[in-house]
Design a protein around this ligand. Structure first.
Ligand code: PA5
Length: 443
């Protein structure tokens, strides 16, 4: 099996090789703090050995639950927000057929509780009127508003449809092992439940039941996903040296660029199946690094699609961006552009080339154009999109994010800033205990 590769040739001359070299000592120090669990937020490092720590019992339990839910569900609704759904959705979208509905995958996986849209919820409930379904509700804290509202609606819908107590065999709760309303509810109502380890925060939880159960339900091989992550775990922990550790090299490159006035990182994919992976990555880096008025702003684009929209800005707008391109070596099945006798569209010069070959040439052309235009590019290559390499990518980015947070001197495992909107919302909705804030907001 191969390993993902990081190449940084296209970041020169925006930073010099010497500047990258000089970062080695700093990154070696932070690497040691991370793997020896001596850095900031070290009570949230459970994800560091999660690929190897996940138990056979959890595995067996995920298999059992998957079989049970599959037998009785046309649809499984995954309820959760932030780290409680982004990882699962990004892997399912990377691996699934682009037309799952038309090819009638069963169960279909849909999502709820990741926003407050009334129109979405009405439409989902209408669909569920006509389908057999189950719900997997995921919340580490068990108190987050968006999934709590969605779950309350779905629970009542299930109770009406299947009756009490039968409905409860259609609910699986994934939550904290001890605290929170969801844990309490699972105990009272007899839902099957899985624990989110105490030492794993939401955005680092995709390799726990939070991500593994939905991914398995969608039909994918979680053992291969974990194998890929285990491979990365061993590699990234072993040595901090840039030549041996692709995460250390990536962290050095992105921080060097940040220090040189490039505060925006665009994660670029050339495969639409990786679009949602960009959403997971944005949360991981945005919530981990964006604090104390510091941090690289993470954004994501899908090429070549967005070359026809954002391409102009990237090439020619403000020079504050660098790119991290995810490049995929091989497609999963062959396909060539056919020759056409009439050649009315003038593309016979590409005939007999595979689509991925043309995509790679688009990627190369873009990288050169962007470098010429002042946009440095880091390249991360995986051999193909499958469970094994997605497992590598997940662990690679989790490790890189933690290490990069330490380089920035922030705690990459907390998210104090996300409380502010919630406090205002609770105050405006009249929640008990928020009276003072409500007065301030309404004066
Ligand atoms: O990374 C995080 O911790 C957050 O983004 C959470 O995942 C998100 O807020 C959802 O929280 P919870 O799982 O407690 O409902």
């Amino acid at each position: 099996m191969n390993t993902l590769k990081v190449e940084i040739d296209s970041i020169f001359p925006f930073v010099s090789r010497e500047e990258i070299h000089q970062l080695q000592d700093e990154i070696s120090l932070q690497h040691s703090l991370l793997i020896n669990r001596q850095g900031k937020g070290n009570d949230f490092l459970g994800w560091l050995d999660m690929p190897t720590r996940i138990s056979d019992i959890t595995h067996a339990s995920i298999e059992f639950t998957t079989e049970q839910l599959r037998k009785k569900s046309d649809v499984v609704v995954i309820v959760g927000i932030g780290g409680s759904y982004l990882g699962a959705k990004s892997i399912i979208e990377a691996l699934q057929d682009p037309f799952p509905d038309l090819k009638q995958n069963r169960p279909a996986i849909v999502y709820a509780g990741n926003h407050l849209s009334q129109d979405y919820m009405v439409s989902l409930l209408e669909l569920l009127d006509t389908k057999d379904y189950s719900v997997v509700v995921i919340s580490k804290s068990g108190t987050t508003t968006e999934p709590a509202i969605a779950f309350r609606m779905l629970k009542q819908h299930l109770q009406k449809k299947y009756g009490t107590p039968d409905y409860s065999s259609r609910v699986v709760a994934i939550t904290d092992s001890k605290n929170g309303a969801l844990k309490q509810m699972a105990n009272n109502e007899g839902y099957q439940s899985f624990n989110i380890p105490d030492d794993v925060g939401g955005r680092y939880s995709v390799l726990t039941p939070v991500g593994l159960l939905p991914i398995r339900l969608a039909g994918f091989n979680i053992e291969k996903l974990l194998e890929g992550a285990q491979h990365m775990e061993a590699l990234l922990k072993k040595s901090p040296l840039f030549e041996n550790n692709p995460a250390a090299l990536y962290v050095a490159a992105r921080n060097a660029l940040y220090r040189k006035g490039k505060p925006i990182e665009l994660l670029v994919n050339f495969e639409p199946s990786l679009s949602f992976f960009g959403e997971w990555w944005k949360q991981l880096f945005g919530e981990s690094e964006g604090k104390q008025h510091r941090g690289i702003f993470p954004a994501a684009v899908s090429f070549t699609t967005d070359l026809h929209s954002m391409g102009q800005y990237i090439q020619d707008g403000m020079r504050v961006i660098f790119e991290t391109m995810i490049s995929v070596d091989e497609a999963n099945a062959p396909l060539q552009v056919p020759f056409d006798n009439d050649n009315m569209d003038g593309i016979n010069f590409m005939a007999e080339k595979s689509l991925i070959e043309i995509n790679h040439i688009a990627e190369q052309g873009t990288r050169i154009a962007h470098k010429d235009g002042g946009v440095p590019c880091i390249r991360i290559t995986i051999p193909k999109i499958n469970e094994y390499y997605m497992g590598q990518l997940i662990y690679f980015f989790e490790f890189s994010c933690a290490l990069s947070g330490y380089v920035l001197d922030v705690n990459p495992f907390d998210q104090p800033g996300v409380e502010d909107y919630k406090n205002n919302m609770f105050a405006l909705l009249g929640k008990k205990g928020y009276e003072e804030r409500r007065k301030e907001l309404l004066k």
